[in-house]
Design a protein around this ligand. Structure first.
Ligand code: SF4
Length: 410
């Protein structure tokens, strides 16, 4: 039996694509191996969100040569977001690559590899390969927003919403095979629309699927956050109270340059409404520091937003120009690296305080834990081990900045 190995870089959307690639190869009789050197097919599912991630892949040429020298028939596949480069450029810079696979072309991979379809002869229909404890269910692919710093609309194309039926069936099979956490994924998850079903309606439909499981989703866009959505989140019992709502900046002029069509007040207003409907909710955000032209004063507006909102977690990143994007073409990346780092550290100090404040409130309270995380999506270390995919009730005994300690009670 032939084997494959997948190296996934980047976000959950890429992880979901890797699961799809793996499921397709398994149907053709290939087996997943943990050892990349012994694989017959090696797949690199790439990320383009930062230059560093791309440089890592472009730096792999030597490794490809070594792997192929050891295993002459090995096929190397490049998939994921780096496909925004032209095929010529990829072939020139990564000559060791055999196949370039668009994320919409997963089904073509067996043919490109010359595999014979003996899937119909296989007696086992086993769960799709997964290196995640959660079921990752894409509900949309691509993005239409063209935030001026972001490569996604170029690498993943325009937004397509998947049919409701397919999503529901996928969640049902995940629940059937015992997965207790389902992530609905989309670059702009709450702009989902298919056959008259919008995101809040979809959330309610998924919530109505029988079974004991959590529904999480990422990433919502503030511009598509409606009252209907907040109501659905509050009423869906399977939605654990945690949400990531990217703000990206706390200054209106920077938001405008980022092509993020909302204001800081609009953002704060959504947070207010979410907290009014779900007072115990944990909220995280994404922030980019050092966007071209960001002055100290504009940065301090972001710092103020963070102090006011009191996020429980934030994914802080330094602006990194991506070719083809409006920001890279139009603006000069003029905030020095050291200043970006300084700004990121300043935000991190604010975050540490607000996160600890939130966490401390939970000491002595009972939380639900799944695979080492609470409903607020925070890591917790329990006094004893539990099998994966089991809900455990636990008392929080200690709060740290980023995590908890707890005692299982059920
Ligand atoms: S919403 Fe903006 S940041 Fe998110 S994927 Fe789309 S273009 Fe990129």
């Amino acid at each position: 039996m032939k084997t494959f190995h997948i190296i996934t870089l980047g976000c959950q959307a890429n992880l979901a694509d890797s699961q799809k690639i793996a499921g397709t190869l398994e149907k053709y009789g290939l087996q997943n191996t943990e050892d990349e050197r012994s694989a017959d097919v090696l797949i690199f599912n790439t990320c383009s969100v930062r230059q560093k991630a791309e440089d890592r892949v472009f730096g792999l040429n030597k490794k490809f040569r070594e792997l192929k020298a050891r295993r002459k028939k090995m096929k190397i596949v490049l998939a994921g977001c780096m496909l925004h480069y032209s095929q010529d450029e990829l072939e020139r810079r990564l000559p060791g690559i055999d196949i370039i696979l668009k994320n919409t072309d997963t089904k073509k991979l067996p043919r490109l590899l010359g595999l014979k379809n003996y899937g119909h002869r296989m007696s086992i229909v086993k769960p799709a390969y997964t290196n995640s404890e959660s079921a990752l269910v894409p509900i949309t692919y691509g993005c239409n927003n063209f935030c001026s710093y972001c490569i996604v609309p170029f690498s993943r194309g325009r937004e397509i919403s998947r049919p409701v039926k397919d999503i529901i069936n996928e969640v049902k099979s995940a629940v059937k095979r015992g997965q207790k956490e389902v992530w609905l994924l989309g670059q702009n998850v709450n702009s989902y629309k298919s056959e008259g079903t919008n995101f809040p309606k979809l959330l309610r439909l998924v919530n109505a699927i029988p079974g004991d499981f959590w529904i999480r989703f990422t990433s919502p866009h503030p511009k598509d956050f409606s009252e209907e959505m907040i109501k659905a989140m509050a009423e869906c019992k399977k939605f654990p109270h945690y949400i990531n709502l990217p703000a990206q900046a706390g200054n209106n002029d920077i938001l405008k340059k980022m092509n993020r069509p909302y204001t800081v007040d609009h953002y704060k207003n959504i947070i207010k409404k979410i907290r009014a409907a779900m007072p115990d909710i944990a909220i995280s955000t994404d922030i980019i520091v050092g966007f071209p032209g960001e002055t100290r004063k504009q940065f301090l507006d972001t710092a103020r937003l963070m102090s006011e909102v009191k996020f429980d977690m934030a994914y802080l990143s330094e602006y990194s120009p991506r070719s083809k994007t409006l920001a890279a073409e139009k603006y000069k990346d003029n905030v020095p690296h050291a200043e970006k780092e300084k700004r990121k550290n300043e935000l991190n100090e604010i975050l540490k305080k607000t996160s600890l404040e939130f966490n401390k409130k939970l000491v002595g309270q009972i939380v639900t834990v799944l695979n080492g995380r609470t409903e607020h999506n925070k890591p917790i270390r329990l006094d004893k081990g539990y099998p994966k995919n089991t809900f455990v009730k636990a008392e929080v005994t200690q709060a740290n900045v980023w995590s908890f300690k707890g005692k299982a009670i059920e």
